[in-house]
Design a protein around this ligand. Structure first.
Ligand code: FES
Length: 129
């Protein structure tokens, strides 16, 4: 007999301070635990899902080729999450990102933003820091 308990990771987490992230890099410190890449650009910061939008495999960041690549059927995505090769029909999804009261980045995975629906214009999909 085993207890019927499902352990799921929390849907939101604090990801440190914006200054912990280098401009221009794809940060992978939360990839394994939460399935999130954090990217800081000159304009700000966004959180990309690591779930391929083709059939749901886990994408990897290939720094040497400057792209996300899915090992299952070869879909590729630019650093901003836009798809450009392989069978996937749409970009990676972004998660809600905001600043908590203590100044740390707060990622909320329960809220997703899809580029093809115009949702990346939502101020919650991007952090101006
Ligand atoms: S699941 Fe990623 S390319 Fe098919």
């Amino acid at each position: 007999m085993f207890p019927n308990v499902l352990f799921e990771p929390p849907t939101s987490f604090k990801a440190g301070f914006p200054s912990d992230y280098e401009i221009g890099t794809v940060d992978m410190r939360w990839k394994d635990k939460f399935g999130v890449f954090i990217i800081r650009s000159a304009e700000g910061l966004y959180a990309l899902s690591n779930v391929c939008t083709h059939l749901g495999c886990t994408v990897n960041w290939l720094g040497g080729e400057n792209k996300f690549k899915c090992p299952c059927h070869g879909s590729g995505y630019y650093k901003n999450g836009i798809n450009f090769e392989g069978p996937t029909p749409r970009p990676l999804e972004r998660f809600a990102v905001s600043l908590a009261e203590d100044g740390q980045i707060l990622i909320d995975k329960s809220k997703k933003y899809q580029q093809e629906k115009g949702q990346w214009n939502d101020p919650n999909s991007f952090l101006n820091v």
